[in-house]
Design a protein around this ligand. Structure first.
Ligand code: ISL
Ligand code: CA
Length: 549
């Protein structure tokens, strides 16, 4: 297997708005990140992915970009950015930027122009259509709103937006637009960034003719990913982008790709090497039935089979439990009902996922086991997806259901400030922040875990060191053991010199391990209990190492 720096590092995801506020306005910023570089170095991460830091009216927290080459004023200036990049590089940390090119903000000058007239040179940068019998051009719904179309009176046409009305989709069929995007990407590379996480990149090609969706076609609006995800043209665009931007650069590109399957992932990653790796959604969708809000219990066997299928399907995976769109890992997949279970399950989950084969992404706060937030009213919610969902719920009379869903799955769970210490506002800021601090910050914070060698934080540091210092854990083969065991996830990673055995009791109950392999006589290199017996304690995990002779 080809060696690459991005296979050998753990990536730390920073949501800048909620990481550290340096200038007392309650909003995290770039200078705040710089203050915390020592922490990142201590933790052992070798790359940082920043959520969008570009100029934006923040309808969708920076995923609606007004200017791709300007820094959001609330976050600082381009000089601050340059300083951040320089400081990270000095400390051996790569910088991965977010690339949001399925859509822009409606305040981007391309769209401002595009709106002006049918013959404006920028008209074709976006997807405009005549109405169908005075209604939307087709029945597509968007991620955030009932219809994916918005009417514009001036030219009597509609524009497509797969996300909010302030996020018009860019028209990738237009070669001039594509070229502008490639040049913009190259200017960021010329500044020195090390790669991109590409937002919903597999949605950029839409099915020609934009046909009506057919799922539940009795509904007025239909979510029609069959017409906008993984379309044939996508590989053409990615090939062209790779040629124009990525080829001959030592960079990393990871695509965020909803709806991708183990069957079709190979068309955009791997053999064609269009993307280095992808974020698929099968793990994120595992506890939802027909959509995220209908929450069903986490099924361990289903989880194992799914993770194994991805390990087998692709030579290289991305590994993540959470991100800025997802609830907190320990609340969702572990157990946050007691301090003991929170700590043990957070450690077990860390081992279980991050020692698989692939590049690990750790979302800020995961390393201290931050939890979901007990929001108490609508006024505390900031995320556009949750706000829209509540609005629909009020109209449709299902507010209790919606609120329950938001508490469990709402994106704001991941967006409350990083909990640095037990001072006011968790050491994030000294004024009231843009979103509430999780009230549990006095108990769960970086400072207290730094002092406790048995904390989740110290465990994560060891886990990161273990993973990144072992060839077998980076490049080694993956095999499962006792695949049908409903309680344990057991697998091995090995190269020609070493074998690691990873054993996780994924349940909150003591379990006896009955397997024919003799694993337990090997050396333990990482564990969350001091225990060597066959009886695994609640959420117990152990990593064994065997040297081959
Ligand atoms: O957040 C989600 C689940 O509720 C996803 O459906 C999400 O909208 C989708 O994965 C795309 O996410 C990305 O693009 C969005 C942005 O809102 C997300 O924050 C971003 O990660 C539009 O740019
Ligand atoms: Ca600030």
């Amino acid at each position: 297997m080809e060696k690459k720096w991005w296979k050998e590092c753990v990536v730390y995801q920073i949501y800048p708005r909620s990481f550290k506020d340096s200038n007392h306005d309650g909003i995290g910023d770039i200078l705040g990140i710089i203050e915390k570089i020592d922490y990142l170095v201590w933790l052992g991460v070798k790359a940082v992915w920043l959520n969008p830091v570009y100029d934006s009216p923040n309808d969708d927290m920076g995923y609606d970009i007004r200017n791709y080459e300007k820094i959001m004023a609330e976050f600082g200036s381009m000089a601050d950015f340059d300083k951040l990049q320089c400081e990270l590089h000095k400390n051996g940390i790569k910088l991965i930027m977010d690339l949001v090119v399925n859509h822009s903000s409606d305040e981007h000058h391309w769209f401002v122009e595009s709106k002006k007239s049918l013959d404006n040179p920028y008209r074709d940068y976006y997807i405009w259509r005549k109405g169908f019998k005075n209604k939307e051009p087709n029945n597509w719904s968007s991620f955030f709103t009932p219809s994916a179309w918005k009417y514009d009176e001036l030219t009597d046409e509609w524009f497509l937006h797969l996300f909010s009305e302030k996020q018009p989709d860019l028209n990738w069929e237009n070669p001039t637009l594509r070229n502008e995007i490639y040049q913009m990407i190259n200017r960021w590379f010329d500044k020195g960034v090390d790669g991109f996480r590409m937002d919903v990149i597999n949605l950029i090609a839409k099915k020609p003719g934009l046909p009506n969706g057919t799922k539940n076609s009795s509904d007025k609006y239909v979510f029609s990913d069959e017409h906008f995800a993984m379309q044939p043209k996508l590989t053409d665009y990615l090939t062209e982008m790779r040629k124009n931007c990525f080829e001959n650069r030592d960079c990393m590109c990871v695509g965020e790709t909803p709806f991708v399957t183990t069957q079709n992932a190979n068309s955009i990653v791997d053999s064609n090497s269009l993307l280095d790796m992808i974020f698929h959604f099968e793990l994120m969708d595992i506890d939802g039935l027909n959509g995220k809000w209908n929450v069903i219990p986490f099924d361990i066997l289903k989880f194992k089979k799914m993770m194994i299928s991805w390990q087998k399907a692709l030579p290289w995976n991305s590994l993540f439990w959470s991100n800025h769109d997802q609830p907190r890992t320990v609340s969702r997949f572990g157990d946050d009902s007691s301090e003991f279970n929170r700590t043990q399950s957070a450690k077990m989950l860390g081992v279980c996922l991050h020692l698989l084969k692939g590049t690990s992404f750790i979302y800020q706060g995961e390393e201290i086991g931050m939890t979901n937030v007990a929001f108490s009213s609508k006024s505390e919610i900031r995320d556009i997806e949750s706000i829209q969902f509540l609005k629909n719920a009020e109209n449709g009379n299902f507010v209790d259901y919606a609120w329950n869903g938001i508490l469990k799955k709402g994106r704001d769970n991941a967006r409350t400030p990083m909990q640095w210490d037990d001072s006011n506002q968790a050491g994030f800021s000294d004024v009231t922040p843009w979103i509430i601090v999780n009230p549990n910050y006095k108990m769960i914070n970086v400072a207290s875990q730094m002092k406790d060698e048995f904390s989740v934080l110290h465990f994560y540091k060891k886990l990161i060191t273990l993973k990144t210092s072992s060839n077998a854990l980076v490049y080694g083969d993956f095999e499962t053991i006792d695949i049908d065991n409903p309680d344990f996830f057991i697998y091995s990673r090995q190269d020609e010199f070493e074998v690691y055995y990873v054993i996780c009791n994924m349940t909150k109950i003591e379990r006896v391990l009955l397997i024919k392999e003799d694993i337990l006589s090997n050396e333990i290199v990482l564990a969350n209990y001091d225990n060597k017996s066959k009886t695994f304690l609640p959420f117990e995990t152990r990593v064994y190492k065997m040297i081959k002779r």
